[in-house]
Design a protein around this ligand. Sequence first.
Ligand SMILES: O=c1[nH]cnc2c1ncn2[C@@H]1O[C@H](CO)[C@@H](O)[C@H]1O
Length: 578
Amino acid sequence: MANRTGMNYDNAYTEEEWQEISRDIPKESDPFMQKYIQGREALVAQENRERSDASFRKGLTPIAKRACDIVARIREEEKNTVWTPQLEDSLAQESENITVHPGMMFSLSKQRMEGTKLWKIVRRMPKGTLLHAHLDAMVDFDYMFEVLFATPGMHLYADQPLATAEARDAAKINFRFYKQPRTEGDIWSQSYKEGTPILLTQVADTFPEGGKAGFLKWLYGRCTLSRTDAVSQHHGVDEIWKKFYKCFRVVNSMIHYEPIFRMFLRRLMSLLKADGINWCEIRFSWALDYYAQDSETPEPDFSAAMTAIDEEVARFRSSAEGKGFWGLRMIWAGMRMFPTRDIVQNMEYCITTKMAHPNLILGYDLVGQEDGGRPLRDLLPELFWFRKQCAEEGVNIPFFFHAGECLGTGNATDHNLFDAVLLGTRRIGHGFSLYKHPLLIDLVKERRILVESCPISNEVLRLCGSVMSHPLPALLARGVPCALCNDDPAMLGQDTAGSTHDFWQALQGWENLGLAGLGSLAENSIRWAAFEDQTPDEWSRDIREASMGGGTKAQRLKEWQVDWEKFCLWVVDEFGED
Ligand SMILES: O=c1[nH]cnc2c1ncn2[C@@H]1O[C@H](CO)[C@@H](O)[C@H]1O
């Protein structure tokens, strides 16, 4: 007789033997089996009560519960209809030898994801605020290029002739305004003298491989990580960071001219609002190279840039499009690989900017690859100096540190998490390696420190292979408060300032999150936002009291709750009868 595997067994059961044996196999309805199953379910429920989104789930209204069920059903459906190799409709993907599956790498799934029902739903969801993002990498570059070309007087210069493929791949490139057009020289030839500005339109038209169209393609490639970069996990973290830094070498000066910066800010707020984000706290790490409109001399301080932000936020908020938008604030970010003198000088700029524009600077951080820069342990003298200086000047600039954006286990970078907590950070940027630290997890919960998690960034920068192996579910299960953020969306592949891709990935990737989990993460993003300067006590109180409090935060949490209910109703209306 052949069994299911097709093998022949001479001594296989006879029909009578099987009848007898199968009578002895316990049934689910047997009382002892029932007891086991009940106990098992109680254990799962007990674990779920520890989750950081447990109370949010418990408080769901009947409409919200229905919306969550509908979304769970659509997710299941799309797993079998969209994310399956059997239904492969794109030959292009087949020819690249890519197998379609749920939770596949972001860069490979982006296009397909954007066509799903889940996308439509997540896109519409009110997402609260965006708490972790870097200013230079927020707005889609295709748009920024249009602005650059439409701005009179834009010039470009490089630190070397762009005559070879190698030079074009690595050169530092600067954009800058000049009143009188400069047309001398050819940046694409060996005769180019480094640092010579040439009119941008001329530079583009003379691009050796296809003129302006070729130039735009090349420039886009220098500003973003390509799909190949993003999926080549075998190259490792340091390698992708080299490419990532190369992007900043091109982008750094792009928005540092007033008319362009203003267009950038408008586009940024417009993209955020359209994605359901009403507030954004942005890491700001500029050199002193900002130029006011029609000016060829850099501003002596950061005041003019801050004023532009203030004015553009006010302008957007009073427009029809910006109705309900709460605003932007900046987290001052020094470069962690810099030597003491530069870091201290930059801290000084931070303090003077804070004094002139207290509403715009909300905190301090250090950025750049954590493995490649100085650990917080090494930066203690500078950080204590900063703290003392802030106290003397009477300004309140709390820490919002990047920490644990690394693969190391127990090395100096991984231990940045200890210093971040000890130094009183109000949130942790990334906290990718926090799941390895039970003691710190307890402290983070006790002190109500939120983790700003950036799943797509972590995947593209090679900390994990896909969203499926991201550690955020471990933190959520342990009761750590978290929010979802997009980090550098214009560079890392999302290609828009909004967070829908990151929310979508989390929903599709992690079975036990669901729409309720996303709702809780969005609510956290408001609960842990720094809408105004607060003492440590005020900050903790507002987080504790949440929507029951009396201040701005409570007000905005209530506004979000209304939007969330409306959204859930929309989900039920739109997808309930499918
Ligand atoms: O994920 C990140 N971790 C640490 N630093 C970052 C990340 N993304 C960007 N930057 C750093 O921030 C500056 C621009 O604001 C860039 O210099 C970049 O190196």
